[in-house]
Design a protein. Structure first.
Length: 302
C-alpha cells in the first residue's frame, strides 16, 4: 500500500497557509462526517484519512518535518513504513477527541454540533427506535390498562394504555428501544395499538354507540332499564311509545378525553318480541287491532 500525500487528501497546495488548510478540512469534514453519512463506509474511511491529514498539516512542527522528509504521512519516523491511514485509526489522533476541534468548533456551528460533545473514537449515538404491535381489548383501550408485551428475545415490557387510546395509535415508551453507542441515550419503543372489536359497543370519535333491546311492554308503557356502558351499568328511562330506532343519549358515558371530560353514549332502542309465541299477547293484539286505522308504513310511499 502506498502513502497518499496529505496535501492531496485535503486538496491544497504545499505552500498553503494554515488558514487555507483549516478551511479545506472544515469543508471536507462537513461533507464526510459519519453523522451526516450514516451507514456509508466509504465516507467514514475518507473522513479518517482527512482527519489524519489535517492532524499532520495543522501542526507546524509535524508539517515542517514531513516537508523535509523526516517523517511520513502517518507521522512515523522514516524509514518506518506506516501510513497516515493507519494513523487515522490510532489513539494518538487528536481529532478523535473534543480537544482536537477546539481550535475551530466555536466559529463553526455545524462542526461544533457534530464534534462538540464527543470525539470520533467515542462518538455518542442514540439507540434506534424499535417498533412493536400490541392487541388489546376494547374496554382496556377505552378505560386504560397496563398490558405486558413479550419481546422477540423473551424479555417483557409493561405498556401503560392511557384511557381513550384509539385503534392504530402509537405509544412511545422513552428509553425502551435499542441501546445507545458510546454512552449515547437508548432509543424508544414505538408500540402500535390494535383494538379488538366489542360485541356491543361501537366507537365513533369519543362517543359510544350501542343497540338496546326492550320489550313490547317497555316500548308501550315506558320504564327504567339498565344500560351497559364502558364505565358500568347506567339506569335509563325509556319514554312511553318508544319505537325501534329511537336514539337516547347518556351524557358523559362515552370515551375519556385528555382534559378529563368524556364523550357520550348513544343508545338505539330495538323492540323485541318474546322468542316463543304468546297466545295471551296474540289475543290482546287481535282485540286491540279491531277497528284501529293504524298504518306504520304510510310514510314509505307507493
Amino acid at each position: 500500500m502506498s502513502s497518499v500525500d496529505p496535501y492531496e487528501v485535503l486538496g491544497v497546495k504545499r505552500g498553503a497557509s494554515q488558514k487555507d488548510i483549516q478551511k479545506a478540512y472544515r469543508r471536507l469534514a462537513k461533507k464526510l462526517h459519519p453523522d451526516l453519512n450514516p451507514g456509508n463506509a466509504e465516507a467514514e474511511k475518507q473522513f479518517k484519512e482527512v482527519s489524519a491529514a489535517y492532524d499532520l498539516l495543522s501542526d507546524p512542527e509535524k508539517r515542517a518535518r514531513f516537508d523535509r522528509g523526516e517523517i511520513d504521512a502517518s507521522g512515523a519516523e522514516r524509514p518506518q513504513q506506516r501510513f497516515y491511514r493507519d494513523f487515522a485509526d490510532g489513539d494518538s489522533n487528536p481529532y478523535t477527541s473534543d480537544a482536537g476541534f477546539a481550535d475551530f468548533a466555536a466559529s463553526d456551528d455545524i462542526l461544533s454540533a457534530i464534534f462538540g460533545r464527543r470525539g470520533r473514537a467515542n462518538l455518542r449515538r442514540r439507540g434506534r427506535d424499535v417498533r412493536y404491535g400490541l392487541e388489546v381489548d376494547f374496554l382496556d383501550a377505552v378505560n386504560g390498562a397496563t398490558k405486558r408485551l413479550t419481546l422477540p428475545d423473551g424479555s417483557v415490557l409493561d405498556v401503560a394504555i392511557p384511557p381513550g387510546t384509539r385503534d392504530g395509535q402509537i405509544l412511545r415508551l422513552r428509553g425502551k428501544g435499542g441501546a445507545g453507542l458510546g454512552g449515547g441515550s437508548p432509543g424508544d419503543a414505538l408500540v402500535e395499538i390494535r383494538v379488538r372489536p366489542h360485541p356491543q359497543f361501537t366507537r365513533r370519535g369519543d362517543d359510544i354507540h350501542l343497540e338496546m333491546p326492550i320489550s313490547l311492554a317497555e316500548a308501550v308503557l315506558g320504564g327504567r332499564v339498565e344500560v351497559p356502558t364502558p364505565s358500568g351499568l347506567v339506569a335509563m328511562t325509556v319514554p312511553k311509545g318508544a319505537n325501534s330506532g329511537t336514539v337516547l343519549r347518556l351524557k358523559g358515558k362515552g370515551v375519556p378525553r385528555g382534559d378529563g371530560s368524556r364523550g357520550d353514549a348513544y343508545v338505539t332502542l330495538k323492540v323485541v318480541l318474546p322468542d316463543q309465541p304468546d297466545p295471551e299477547l296474540e289475543t290482546f293484539v287481535a282485540g286491540w287491532r279491531s277497528g284501529k286505522a293504524y298504518n306504520p308504513r304510510q310514510t314509505m310511499g307507493a
